[in-house]
Design a protein around this ligand. Structure first.
Ligand code: PLP
Length: 282
């Protein structure tokens, strides 16, 4: 049985208790982070800790652990759960007022702080060898996709809808322009050899993996929106995320990308990122 971290305590997963009045439960009033583990070490820890701090500031939650605390919590969970490879989820909610109320509780209400691990194969994920089939769907999320909140219902619905349509995942679009994947940043490489990726606006999550992958790219980079049509005609396509690293996309709305196999630049980038991640994990 896994050990989880909840509000200062390391406890068996079955013993974690959170109030029914917790604002994370009643309002999705909470933010989270997902950090990958390779060789028992944390990948891109600094980036994730910084983004969590930004998410907390944007929605005004106080009293969460700081960087050193998160590092200690993660290392303790990795050790206790013997995680060689996998994920650590961190979640901070606005805590538990005495009753349900739209008005925020007093600013000194302690947040609810949770962390748990999942052991999984990441570097040798077999999906990377065949690539993903994606379908595009309207991006109907709220306008602050740059804050990593736990309002994940729409993304979850889109992923399930994509699977029901025989694909692996969804790419979301606003007015014909791709924003991002259900839980990944979306990128294409054009036939001219240019990597195109959505700029960092409020419409997408500012991916930590995206930020670490782009400096490893050999191609010219254009940070601009790209259309569904441009994506369907791309030479290569891929997604980036903490859990998938760099993952090839081989089909978009039934259009075969390249020759239907993961593109060579994408495969190279996946290896370059994994090498970088292993070298810099802490
Ligand atoms: N976009 C969305 C909507 C996500 O949920 C995620 C990750 O969960 C990403 C992008 C990728 O971000 P990161 O590379 O920080 O995992």
């Amino acid at each position: 049985m896994r050990t989880i971290y909840l509000n200062g305590n390391y406890i068996p997963e079955t013993e974690g208790k959170v109030s029914v009045f917790d604002r994370g439960f009643l309002f999705s009033d909470s933010v989270y982070e997902v950090v990958s583990v390779l060789d028992g070490k944390l990948v891109d820890f600094g980036g994730h800790v910084q983004r969590l701090a930004r998410s907390l500031t944007e929605i005004g939650i106080n009293g969460a652990p700081g960087a050193d605390d998160w590092l200690a919590i993660c290392r303790e969970l990795v050790a206790r759960n013997h995680v060689e490879e996998g994920m650590i989820y961190w979640q901070v909610t606005r805590g538990t007022p005495e009753d349900r109320d739209f008005v925020f509780p007093p600013a000194d209400t302690p947040p609810t702080v949770l962390a748990f691990t999942q052991s999984r194969t990441l570097a040798d994920n077999p999906v990377a060898l065949r690539g993903l089939r994606v379908v595009t769907m309207p991006d109907l999320r709220w306008g602050r996709a740059d804050i990593k909140t736990t309002q994940l219902l729409y993304a979850s619905m889109m992923k399930n809808e994509a699977m029901a349509r025989g694909a692996d995942d969804a790419w979301m679009e606003r007015n014909g322009w791709i924003t991002e994947g259900s839980a990944q940043n979306a990128h294409i490489i054009t036939h001219e050899g240019v990597l195109v990726t959505h700029p960092l606006t409020c419409e997408i999550l500012h991916g930590i993996t995206r930020a670490s992958v782009l400096p490893l790219v050999a191609q010219r980079i254009e940070e601009r929106p790209f259309s569904v049509h441009e994506a369907e005609q791309a030479a290569e396509a891929f997604v980036s995320s903490a859990s998938g690293f760099v993952m090839p996309v081989v089909q978009i709305n039934g259009h075969i990308i390249g020759n239907g196999q993961p593109g060579s630049a994408t495969v190279q980038l996946r290896h370059a990122y994994i090498d970088w991640a292993r070298r810099t994990a802490r």
